[in-house]
Ligand binder design. Structure first.
Ligand code: GDP
Length: 495
């Protein structure tokens, strides 16, 4: 398994120039966007960016998700997973509370509901809808950043008395970029100040193609307070769900995502949303770097269940360590495999941390060396004694295409100066300007002279950000002129 730097950058969603720069900082030498990395190295890098590598990294130690089914249309339907989003105070929590209560009523044993990150509503038709019960955008984004496509649709809540607001638009943006379809719930229609038509036209003005205006986005008027329209909302969810034809295998190795993880009096628990397969007590699973043997499964009403099929969320007991929210959960065929995979991932992470630590130490060492070098150079100037007292010194770093040209540039630069200001070459070498040249110049306050070398784009930007000046010419005479200009800028003006 190999991947190019460009493709890995794309996969990790990092701007390419910055990515190459950061790889260099991590200690990769001679790296460019065309460079090819092995799967294992790529996995290490991915971990640096907070990703759990689920890619095949060429070793048999890890667990992998199953390939997608060949013919999904033949699989059983599963309940849709729904996220509620919208502007603050538009009623997300109220709607979720209403739905949760209706889920409790439909539970056979009743019971006190608790927040576990998701709950399922059983409809009289026998169908089920699973709601993620952390409203707001942060949870959605966290999951998305980790590549978790946990939700099948978004309910965009808009208060009828307040209409479209900044966070409404933000939620829209998130749903669009995740390519998740939406249903609009216009809430608070019980209020006198409700203005449904205004909400509709404001949404249309923001590119939401709502049904009333000829589009296919369903709009439902609801009240989380009175319960008005809530059955319609559930109907709309099922309609969209049928259109999306949401199906999954109920058998085979299960896959899912950790929604929440916490320590409760009964032990370490984590809520897992099952996406494929079915989890049962006794199953071995791995989430991130943690393995677990499932001791028991409980739903949001604290009722123990025998199994968690796709599209449902359950609280799982049996963790030795708490997994992280957003971790992908994969079932392992046996305990050995689960342990090996968890161990392997832990090792990968430690190796990635070592690389990062080493890079950091290297950087610190370079800075220290540089500081010493500078102190030495300053001492030399002072040794010049009275003759050089009061003389301003301008530092330069010289880079050129070949040894001869570097020498020639240095010689002509050192000639420039007078009894007020003089030039000093702190560093000179052949080759393109590198990041450590810029770093050095930034710390030492040098100007970089570049002769007959192309300057990479990311170096230009880095220099700009660090406030490092680069004088770039292909004719030595021009370079010398530029240096003369700089030096004369430091002369005391004659009045
Ligand atoms: P969130 O910030 O989106 O979660 O909004 P909340 O659910 O906390 O609701 C904000 C306020 O609006 C609360 O005072 C709710 O009681 C009120 N509210 C929510 N839904 C309705 C509704 O349908 N009708 C009325 N009249 N008030 C509502």
């Amino acid at each position: 398994e190999f991947i190019s730097v460009a493709n890995l950058g794309l996969a990790l969603n990092v701007k390419l120039d910055i990515f190459v720069q950061q790889l260099e900082e991590l200690g990769f030498e001679d790296i460019s966007k065309e460079s090819i990395l092995t799967g294992e190295t790529a996995a290490l890098v991915a971990q640096e960016y907070g990703y759990e590598p689920t890619v095949d990294i060429g070793e048999d130690e890890d667990l992998k998700p199953r390939p997608p089914p060949e013919d999904p249309t033949s699989l059983p339907l599963r309940p849709p997973v729904v996220t509620i989003m919208g502007h603050v105070d538009h009623g997300k929590t109220t709607l979720l509370d209403y739905l949760r209560k209706s889920s409790i009523v439909s539970q056979e044993h009743g019971g006190i509901t608790q927040h576990i990150g998701a709950f399922s509503v059983n409809l009289s038709s026998g169908k089920q809808i699973t709601f993620l019960d952390t409203p707001g955008h942060a949870a959605f984004l966290t999951m998305r950043q980790r590549g978790a496509n946990v939700t099948d649709m978004v309910i965009l809540v808009v208060a009828a008395d307040d209409s479209v607001k900044p966070q409404t638009l933000e939620a829209l943006k998130h749903a669009r970029s995740a390519k998740v379809p939406i249903i609009v719930a216009i809430n608070k229609v019980d209020k006198d100040s409700a203005n449904v038509e205004r909400v509709k036209s404001d949404l249309a003005a923001n590119g939401v193609e709502i049904e009333d205006y000829g589009g296919d986005v369903q709009v439902v008027c609801v009240s989380g307070k009175t319960g008005q329209g809530m059955a319609d909302l559930e109907e709309s969810i099922l309609t969209l769900s049928e259109m999306l034809d949401i199906r999954a295998e109920t058998d085979g190795m299960a896959e899912g995502w950790v929604l929440e993880s916490s320590i409760k009096p009964i032990g370490r628990v984590a809520t897992v949303l099952v996406k494929r397969g079915t989890l049962r007590p006794g199953d071995h699973i791995v989430a991130g770097r943690v393995a677990a043997k499932i001791r028991s499964l409980r739903n949001e009403a604290r009722i123990e269940v025998d199994e968690a099929p796709p599209g449902t969320a359950v609280e799982i007991l049996g963790w030795k360590e708490p997994p992280d929210a957003g971790d992908q959960v994969l079932q392992a065929p046996n305990e050995d495999k689960a342990k090996t995979a968890a161990h392997y991932r832990q090792e990968l992470k430690e190796r990635a941390e070592n690389i990062a630590q080493q890079a950091e130490q290297d950087r610190e060492r370079r800075e220290k060396e540089l500081a010493e070098e500078l102190a030495e150079a300053d001492a030399e100037v002072e040794e010049g004694g009275a003759a050089s007292a009061g003389i301003k010194t301008i530092n330069f770093t010289v880079k050129g295409d070949v040894h001869g040209s570097v020498e020639a540039v240095c010689a002509s630069v050192l000639e420039i100066g007078n009894n007020e200001v003089r030039s000093r070459v702190l560093q000179s070498a052949t080759g393109q300007i590198t990041e450590s040249d810029v770093e050095h110049a930034s710390i030492s306050g040098s100007i970089i002279l570049n002769f007959n070398n192309p300057i990479p784009g990311h170096i230009k930007r880095m220099a700009e950000e660090a406030g490092v000046k680069i004088l770039d010419h292909n004719v030595i005479y021009h370079l010398a002129e530029a240096v003369r200009d700089v030096l004369s800028g430091h002369l005391t003006p004659i009045i």
